[in-house]
Design a protein around this ligand. Structure first.
Ligand code: BEZ
Length: 220
């Protein structure tokens, strides 16, 4: 392999704005068809490299411990790794016995790597056999809204995953955008005016904090 080839692996992956590719898979909760499972809810689909590994155990436990926060945001969790269903079951039981944390969400057993390949979770220059730490945020219309990819050796940040989900939902609900480091409750960015009439309305609105016509914030 020459040095260029390592940079040109053609990885197919859904992109932001795409409809999440459908699949049917075996999980720790039985067979799952992605599009049927979603049913008007948000989905957070995430991969981990391998069962019985330390970083993955901390991440999966964190998802489990914060599952109620996701449910409160009308969001279902789906995990995935390139392991067998027997491995998943043994690992879930081991984590429950050793830590008391129950990984109570479907975990896809992607032994044939079909879902990992469909979602660009298999990134061969990182690992040819283990999925990277991907997170796909999928909205109730099945559209991919945000994607995170982390390498094998860095665990994800659960606060950031929940913050990003809240930012997407708040943006949808109020037709606004979120500034850097936005946290729920912080002011949000209102879209710039599209007409002179809109600008006059903006200038008269005491609730809008306007730095200039293109940068204005308000509290919700
Ligand atoms: C881990 O979860 O600890 C891990 C998994 C695969 C490679 C490196 C670390």
């Amino acid at each position: 392999m020459d040095s260029n080839e390592t940079h040109t692996n053609p990885i197919s992956m859904p992109r932001i704005g795409d409809i999440a590719p459908n699949f049917e898979a075996l999980t720790t909760k039985g067979k799952l068809n992605l599009h049927n499972y979603a049913k008007g809810q948000w989905l957070v689909l995430f991969s981990h490299p391998a069962d019985f590994t330390p970083v993955c155990t901390t991440e999966m436990s964190a998802f489990a411990l914060r599952k109620q926060e996701f449910s409160d945001l009308n969001t279902q969790l789906i995990g995935l790794s390139i392991d067998s269903i027997h491995s998943h079951i043994a690992w879930v039981q081991n984590v429950r016995e050793k830590t008391g944390v129950y990984l109570d969400f479907p975990i896809i057993a992607d032994l044939d790597m079909s879902v990992s390949k469909l979602y660009g979770m298999l990134q061969p220059n990182e690992s040819e056999t283990a999925a990277v730490r991907a997170v796909f945020f999928i909205d109730p219309e099945l559209k991919v809204r945000l994607i995170m990819y982390y390498p094998l050796n860095v665990g994800r940040n659960m606060d950031e995953i929940l913050r990003a989900l809240k930012a997407l939902q708040t943006s949808d609900a109020h037709k606004v955008a979120m500034p850097v480091d936005w946290q729920p409750g912080d002011p949000v960015i209102v879209p710039p005016p599209k007409t002179l009439e809109d600008l006059d309305a903006r200038l008269a609105d005491k609730e809008v904090d306007m730095v200039d016509f293109y940068l204005a914030k308000k509290s919700l």
